[in-house]
Structure formats: C-alpha cells, structure tokens
Design a protein around this ligand. Structure first.
Ligand SMILES: [Zn+2]
Ligand SMILES: [Zn+2]
Length: 250
C-alpha cells in the first residue's frame, strides 16, 4: 500500500480508473467526464445536509426546535459536543464506505467540500486553535495505507485556516466500532488513545475530526485524554451523523 500513496494523485487515479470504469457509486450512472470517482450530480443532490434544528450536544437532526437536546442526550449526553455535515443515510453510506476503504484523493476533496459548506452554520463564531484527526492504530494504517480522517483534516485545515496537529496516538488496535453493539463500544475504546504531544494542546481549544460517529465513544475517549492532558476545550466535527434512533419518538 505504501507505494500507492507515493504515486502522484493524477497518475494513481488514472490507473484506478482503468481498473474500475467510472460509474456513480450509488446508481451506476456514468459520471461527468472530469470526475473520476464518487457520486453523480443527481445522487449528490440527494445527500441530506444537517440543518437547524439539530441537537445542541450531539448535532443529530431534531424533528422541531421546541427542545435543544435530543431524547438520547437528555438521558445520557453525547460524550463531546459534536456537529455533522450530513445525515448518515442514503448516498452518504456508500460514498463514506468507498472513501474509507480505497484511496481516492479527489473523493476527499468532494467530501471536505460538504463539511466546508456547512461549517459556519454548524459552529457559528467558534474557531478552534487546532484541528486533530482521529488517528488509526499503526497496524490498521499499514493495512489500509492512509487515514481517512487525516485526508479530510488536511483539506479542512486549509479552508478553516486552522493548524492541523497530530498529538494523539492510538495505542490499542481495537475491534472496529461498527461491528459492536452500542453498549460494548465504550469498553472497546477506553484506553485506546494517548497524548504524545502535550505541549501542542496545553490550554488550547481543539476540534476533533472524523468521518462518521454513531455513539460518540471514539470522539469522547479522544476528548477525555486531551482534556486530561491540559486542553482547554474539545469539540468534534464529522462528515456524517446518523439520525437519532429515538428522533421519531419525539
Ligand atoms: Zn448516482
Ligand atoms: Zn443529542
């Protein structure tokens, strides 16, 4: 995988395109000539962006603006204040999967565009001192060849004019959270991260970045160790959040 990453982006994508003819990841329609991967324009339009009202704590969409917190957060607050750009359903599921498991830099550009578009509505007036991608364990990084959160963070740092720092290391190679029941996720992730650069975070306002968060346990654990190591404030930003499972009951 290492040599894949070192190839120039255009060469790599041109080569992959020979192997995988360009078609929309969701509907199979032919993509516009200059687009190498991802969703066709019609499928992009179907992506549901998260707009007001959303939960003040977890950022998941709310059915109305009568309350500030979703039912989940009223019972047990999401571990860290989080905002997401899009709802994790429909075309987003396919495109996130593609992004996570194959190296397509142009897809990272498109997905960062989704976050950038929503950024000022999601965190109005809030500017962190630094952006931190959620790290992968080095074994998984070797297997996958790249960290999808770092790809997003690199592009977003430029847009948000915020330094990107990597003060966290993942010291335990955990079972992927998606394979676990929500109750088992916290135990799986506890102790998985350590702060390896305390100086970089001391007294700072930090924003964690990841692709998707369901229960918030990964983000919460990162936030916990960062705050313990002296960070002033930690919030999170993700590409996609699922609808709250209890949203329909409200
Ligand atoms: Zn399509
Ligand atoms: Zn909530």
């Amino acid at each position: 995988m290492a040599e894949k990453v070192s190839l120039p982006k255009e060469l790599l994508e041109g080569f992959l395109r020979l192997l995988f003819p360009a078609g929309c990841e969701v509907c199979g329609e032919e993509l516009p000539a200059r687009q190498k991967i991802g969703l066709c324009p019609a499928c992009w339009r179907q992506i549901e962006l998260i707009r007001h009202p959303f939960c003040e704590r977890c950022g998941k969409p709310l059915p109305d603006d009568i309350t500030e917190l979703c039912l989940d957060c009223r019972v047990e607050p999401f571990p860290v204040i989080t905002r997401g750009a899009a709802v994790y359903h429909g075309p987003v599921v396919g495109v996130v999967h593609l992004f996570k498991y194959s190296f397509w830099p142009s897809l990272a550009d498109q997905l960062t565009g989704l976050i950038a578009e929503r950024l000022h509505a999601l965190y109005p007036g809030w500017q962190p001192d630094a952006l931190i991608p959620v790290p992968l364990h080095k074994k998984r990084l070797r297997w996958r060849g790249f960290n999808q959160s770092l790809l997003l963070a690199e592009r977003l740092a430029e847009f948000w004019k915020t330094p990107l720092i990597e003060p966290l290391a993942r010291v335990r190679n955990t079972t992927p959270q998606v394979r676990l029941e929500p109750e088992a996720r916290l135990a799986n992730i506890t102790g998985a991260f350590v702060v390896v650069d305390r100086e970089a975070i001391r007294g700072k306002r930090l924003c964690l970045l990841d692709d998707v968060s369901t229960t918030g346990s990964t983000l919460g654990e990162c936030a916990r160790v960062l705050l313990e190591a002296g960070a002033r404030e930690v919030r999170a930003l993700v590409l996609a959040l699922p609808n709250s499972p209890k949203a329909e009951l409200l």
